[in-house]
Design a protein around this ligand. Structure first.
Ligand SMILES: NC(=O)c1ccc[n+]([C@@H]2O[C@H](COP(=O)([O-])OP(=O)(O)OC[C@H]3O[C@@H](n4cnc5c(N)ncnc54)[C@H](O)[C@@H]3O)[C@@H](O)[C@H]2O)c1
Length: 341
């Protein structure tokens, strides 16, 4: 079956999604949407296409009868584009974040339920062979139960464009990847956050591009995140540098190579002398990152199952992001249940 598909947001990410879509024989592109028609025309030219161009998702879906929206527009537009598509009968796969307010995120879920439309989010950083393999090792108990998890993220990219004008560029546009990875690795959902957000001397962002966050999880684990998007020197990987302290040992993961462990074989034996060092083995084969996440979303759509990154699950990553902003704004610990009302 071919999905008649509209792509909204014809910028740099739109280009990557288009390359993916054109390589699939189960996707038929039928229209482009962008608020700047020249961006959509440039997309047509880049790929040798002659797709009709619209300025709104609603119009594009109504006129083409498309069944699928791929949304790679800016964060502010994701929720309204997805709602317009689902209300017109189309399923949605969208870039992160699914919404920039909790009210919009909850509304998205409500519309997805009412219309029985599929709606899932790109979380490509869940799909590297290293993180999938680390997760399998954690689930197999290599370090016991993870209780204290830390991630450091320090990079200094110069994007220009919308990110440099955003109020919370790091938390809203990037940290959601690391937060989502923490949920994935810990295997539980967060219940509270305390965040200090700031913009140190030398930052070229208008909004706060650095943050320290402490999350408590429902299983008792604590996750601490240190991040900066205006860090010059000693870059971490884009996946972040992780330390996971478990009940019988620790994992260190630099985000690029397989994790390394120091752990005892039996919890009862746990002491410094019984620690055995080991290197993680890659258990994951095949596509990674964006391609893997799009493959998973399409397979879920076609089988009628819920995607791993379905909005009903992903809202917990959004809650980490929005809860962190709320905490920073009021300088207090925020219980994430406060956001789900
Ligand atoms: N998953 C990842 O690793 C990753 C990496 C980069 C960007 N992204 C996400 O992809 C999205 C797009 O980022 P980008 O770097 O391609 O930005 P971009 O600025 O290059 O492109 C965004 C495009 O959306 C268009 N647009 C704006 N409002 C719109 C609307 N209401 N409807 C349709 N189109 C609209 C803009 O005109 C522009 O052409 C963002 O949500 C960003 O967070 C994700």
């Amino acid at each position: 079956m071919k999905h008649r598909t509209v792509l909204a947001g014809c910028g740099s990410m739109g280009n990557r999604w288009m390359e993916y879509a054109l390589g699939r024989d189960d996707i038929e592109m039928v229209a482009l949407v962008d608020i700047f028609s020249e961006n959509a025309q440039a997309m047509n030219e880049r790929h040798g296409l002659q797709l009709p161009v619209y300025s709104s998702v609603a119009e594009a879906i109504e006129e083409t009868g498309a069944e699928l929206l791929l949304d790679t527009s800016i964060p502010d537009a994701h929720a309204s584009n997805a709602i317009a598509a689902m209300q017109r009968g189309a399923s949605v796969m969208m870039e992160k974040p699914m919404a920039v307010t909790m009210a919009d995120a909850l509304r998205l879920i409500e519309v997805s339920k009412q219309t029985s439309r599929f709606c899932a989010v790109m979380q490509n950083r869940r799909y590297t062979k290293e993180i999938r393999s680390l997760k399998l090792d954690l689930d197999a108990g290599v370090i016991g139960a993870p209780g204290f998890v830390t991630a450091n993220f320090f990079l200094g990219p110069r994007f220009g464009g919308f990110r440099e004008a955003m109020e919370h560029p790091l938390i809203l546009d990037m940290a959601i990847h690391t937060f989502d990875a923490a949920r994935y690795l810990i295997g539980a959902n967060p219940i509270s956050v305390y965040c200090h957000e700031f913009n140190p001397e030398g930052s070229w962002y208008m909004g706060n591009a650095s943050a320290i966050c402490v999350f408590e999880f429902s299983n008792g684990a604590v996750f601490s995140y240190n991040g900066s998007w205006s860090a010059l020197g000693h870059d971490t990987s884009w996946e972040g540098e992780w330390r996971i302290q478990g009940s019988k040992g620790s994992a260190i993961w630099d985000g690029n190579s397989p994790a390394v462990y120091q752990a005892t074989s039996e919890e009862a034996d746990a002491n410094v002398d019984s620690l055995i060092p080991s290197k993680g083995v890659i258990h994951w084969q095949g596509a990674e990152r964006r391609e893997a996440c799009l493959n998973e979303m399409l397979a879920a759509l076609q089988s009628g199952k819920r995607s791993e990154t379905d909005i009903r699950d992903n809202i917990h990553s959004v809650a980490m992001m929005l809860g962190a902003i709320e905490s920073a704004k009021h300088q207090r610990k925020v219980m994430l249940s406060e956001l789900f009302v």
